[in-house]
Design a protein around this ligand. Structure first.
Ligand code: TXA
Ligand code: MG
Length: 323
């Protein structure tokens, strides 16, 4: 099931089967982006609603013109700067891309992933790979091959093992309206980095009924364990006396009289490192038979913004307690 053999993956994909692939962000459930049979398999395996479109993974920027048109200059500049890398561009699609990929939209989401195994695989294929994150719909994204196999067990024949994901959090998604860039999803590239290149950009408002990008659905990326988000962990912890609690913390453990499982994401206080460790820590806590997880709100800057976005979606409740 877990393998590093690209040829096996290549053969399966050519046969329109589904293969889990490593990327620098999270693992993906990949299939031939031109083939409806393969695409349907992805949606069914992931239990993903058909209204939620997929990202198409291409091998290089030069492939862009095959599947997208009317590409804004800003998009090209972003692609030149960040590809291969954790940036997804939503562009006008060409008809080669099936409706299933775009959920019938006239736009298609595209990126060049930055992982040597997946780039080598794409290089050997004459089609791009549609791939959502390799988790059942609504659950935490996988950042290791083991996470993927825990989710899909025998329902997935091939998982290409590329080790732990370097970034550990999904790509940043940018779309365009009247050629102006719009942020659809916070991701591994912070909004500051994007704005350094293209100036101030609009952040798409969260909308549960008709989300521009369903990654913006407010309940998403969820552990099975009830999760709470707070700016005052010790205070919230008091209301869970007698329960088995896990804590997700930024840079230091808390001193607690009751027995708690603590996950500290970056002892040195580095938000990039914290982002990389976030999902692995959530997976670990979620597999620990806890009554609840309490996560602290991260600093609201750089990748802290992305981490807070994911924690808000993972959480049942957000308690801001005044000190
Ligand atoms: O880092 C990533 O982006 C990972 C790796 C595997 O590449 N993929 C990923 O895919 O996170 P997924 O399917 O879990 O999230 C893709 C997001 C969804 O929120 C989807 O709604 C949005 O991309 N999306 C796809 N096509 C879109 C479109 N045409 N317009 C707006 N949003 C789109
Ligand atoms: Mg996902």
């Amino acid at each position: 099931m877990l393998t590093t053999n690209i040829n096996k993956a290549k053969k399966a994909l050519k046969n329109n089967d589904i293969v889990a692939i490593p990327t620098e962000t999270v693992y993906g459930l990949a299939g031939n982006a031109y083939n409806e049979r393969a695409l349907k398999k992805i949606f069914i395996l992931k239990k993903r609603p058909f209204y939620n479109p997929l990202i198409v993974h291409i091998k290089s920027t030069s492939f862009l013109n095959k599947i997208a048109c009317n590409i804004p200059d800003t998009a090209l500049r972003l692609a030149e700067t960040f590809w291969p890398g954790p940036l997804t561009l939503v562009l006008q699609r060409k008809s080669l891309i099936p409706d299933l990929v775009t959920s019938g939209k006239e736009t298609v989401a595209i990126r060049v992933p930055d992982h040597p195994i997946t780039l080598a695989l794409l290089d050997q294929l004459d089609f791009p790979l549609a791939a959502p994150s390799a988790n059942p719909f609504g659950y935490i994204s996988p950042t290791s091959a083991k996470h993927v196999s825990n989710y899909f067990k025998n329902n997935l024949d091939i998982i290409l093992d590329g080790g732990e994901c370097e970034r550990g959090i999904e790509s940043t998604i940018i779309g365009f309206e009247d050629n102006n860039p719009i942020l659809y999803r916070h991701g591994s590239i912070s909004i500051d980095e994007i704005e350094k290149l293209v100036g101030k950009i609009t952040v798409a408002v969260k909308n549960d009924i008709n989300p521009n990008s369903p990654g913006m659905l407010s309940r998403h990326y969820s552990p099975s364990t009830d999760t709470y988000l707070t700016n005052n962990v010790p205070e919230l912890l008091k209301s869970f006396e007698g329960k088995k609690i896990g804590l997700l913390l930024y840079n230091k453990e808390i001193i607690s009289k009751i027995n708690v499982v603590q996950e500290v994401l970056s002892i040195s206080g580095n938000l990039n490192e914290a982002a990389k460790n976030l999902y692995e820590a959530l997976h670990r806590l979620d597999n620990n038979n806890l009554d609840a997880i309490i996560a602290e709100i991260f600093p609201d800057k750089g990748l802290g913004i992305t981490i807070n976005d994911r924690l808000q979606r993972a959480a049942k409740d957000c308690k801001v307690i005044a000190y």
